[in-house]
Structure formats: structure tokens, C-alpha cells
Design a protein around this ligand. Structure first.
Ligand SMILES: [Fe+2]
Ligand SMILES: [Fe+2]
Length: 268
């Protein structure tokens, strides 16, 4: 199966300066068209947070209009730019979103079990899972130890070296690492927030962050704590799962590229 992960769409109103700079709505529409028509068409899509830019109902209205353009099921996760109360109110048909409290849930019905976590702290850029959610995660991971699991969450549970973004990191990353280190059936932890593709091993599992469909964060490592964005091209992640070979993660661009050359005949 193929799972597309799109992240940090930061949808906003057309009159905003932010929209004039990045045009996130057009870019999310292009991403929908791209995954629908891709030769590697995904079975389902996860949007890993920062769905909208300033957590207003009008922005979620625009997102509501765009989502049906995806021809496969789409699951929503909150990021730090989202408002969980508004999110559940504006998407009542997404009945996997809990009515109260944090928006964590499980997606069943596939060879992999998908666990989606909520790292949102209302009004703050940092992320937090909290003991209740970590206890729930422990319970879910213990339930079927022979079935592979993929965890989605907005804030990654590691320091990336991008100092400005690390200042907006997950506050309880050590507690999360402790939970996942007790389980060896987690295929991957998949995150957003960084607007770049970054990997690290955490608690024995590969954690991967996803680029944005809108704009990327400039690669500035170490002491430099400036936060800049770039017009590096919109990207997303495509996670390819087979029973035989497990989960393999690929980057794909939203832009279509021409095929340059194809070998005719037998390769081997
Ligand atoms: Fe973001
Ligand atoms: Fe974020």
C-alpha cells in the first residue's frame, strides 16, 4: 500500500500578505491534483498539522472546500498553528476526531495500524503530548505487538539542529522516546512542523519529518538562530509498504517532471 503524507499546508485567506507570499491554497490544490494523478497513487493521505495558518474558522472553511479534491480518504492532525476546538467543530464528518480533549486516534482497516497523536498546546508554538496521551499510546502499542504500527504527530521528538525550530520543539520528547523504546513493532514515526525532510533514530525507531506543500524552512544549522523560509519546491512524503519489504519512505515533488529517458527492452 501507499500512504501519502502532506504537511504544513498553512491555508489562509487570499487577502493576507502570507497568501500573497506563499500562495498556500493553490499549492495544496496542486498537491491534491498531483497525488490523484500520480503513477504512485496513494491509498490514503495524512495531513500532519499546521493545516491552516492562523487558526480561524474562515481558513478551515477554505480547507473544507479543498479536501474533497483528494480522491482518497484524508486524515487530519493538528499542528501548533491549528485550533483543536475549531478543527473538530469545522470537520464534524471526520468522526475519528474526538469530541473532547486531545485529538488522538487510531486508523484501522489496513495492514498497518496508524496511530495519530496530538501535540498541540493551545496558543503556543511548542508541542506537548502529556501523560494521559502517552498512557493511551502505551496501551495502543501493547494491544497487538505483532502488527506493524506507524505513528503520526506534528512536532518531531528530537532536536534537529535548526535552532530556531528546536525552540518550538516537543516539550516531552524524552517521555515519548521512553514509551516507543519499549516496542519493537513501530515501523516509523512521521512528523511535520520542520518544513524539511529530516531523519533521526529515537528510541529504536526511525523518525522522519515531512517537507511542506507551501514553503520550506531555510537550512541553517547550529548557532544561527535566524528563522527564514525559502521557495524550495513543495514536497511530500510517500510511504511504500509491502508485507515482504516493510515500509520505505520516498520524497516526491508536487511539480510534475518530464521523463528524460527510458531503457527499452530487458534490464537483466
Ligand atoms: Fe508549519
Ligand atoms: Fe508547526
Amino acid at each position: 500500500m501507499l500512504i501519502a503524507q502532506l504537511s504544513d499546508s498553512h491555508v489562509t485567506l487570499p487577502e493576507e500578505d502570507f497568501a500573497k507570499l506563499y500562495d498556500p491554497v493553490t499549492k495544496l490544490r496542486e498537491a491534491a491534483r498531483h497525488v490523484n494523478n500520480s503513477v504512485n497513487r496513494p491509498d490514503l493521505v495524512f495531513l500532519t498539522g499546521d493545516l491552516v495558518n492562523t487558526a480561524r474558522a474562515e481558513e478551515y472553511e477554505i480547507l473544507r472546500e479543498i479536501l474533497p479534491e483528494f480522491e482518497m480518504p484524508v486524515y487530519l492532525l493538528p499542528g501548533n498553528h491549528d485550533d483543536c476546538t475549531l478543527l473538530r467543530k469545522m470537520f464534524p464528518d471526520h468522526d475519528y476526531l474526538q469530541k473532547d480533549g486531545k485529538l488522538y486516534y487510531v486508523v484501522e482497516g489496513w495492514p498497518l495500524k496508524f496511530i495519530c497523536l496530538d501535540t498541540n498546546i493551545h496558543g503556543k508554538p511548542q508541542g506537548h503530548l502529556g501523560q494521559e496521551q502517552l498512557d493511551w499510546l502505551e496501551e495502543e502499542l501493547s494491544r497487538e505487538s505483532d502488527r506493524p504500527v506507524v505513528i503520526f504527530m506534528h512536532h518531531p521528538p528530537f532536536k534537529t539542529g535548526l535552532t530556531s525550530m528546536d525552540a518550538m520543539g516537543l516539550l516531552d520528547m524524552a517521555e515519548f522516546a521512553e514509551v516507543i523504546s519499549r516496542h519493537d513493532h513501530i515501523e516509523r514515526v512521521l512528523c511535520g512542523h520542520l518544513h524539511r525532510a529530516i531523519q533521526r533514530l529515537v528510541g529504536g525507531t526511525i523518525v522522519q519529518t515531512c517537507p511542506s506543500t507551501s514553503h520550506q524552512v531555510r537550512l541553517l544549522l547550529g548557532e544561527n538562530n535566524e528563522l527564514s523560509t525559502t521557495f524550495e519546491p513543495p514536497e511530500y512524503l510517500l510511504h511504500y509498504w509491502t508485507e515482504k519489504d516493510g515500509l520505505v519512505t520516498h520524497n516526491d515533488y508536487v511539480q510534475d517532471f518530464e521523463v528524460a529517458w527510458t531503457l527499452e527492452g530487458e534490464l537483466y
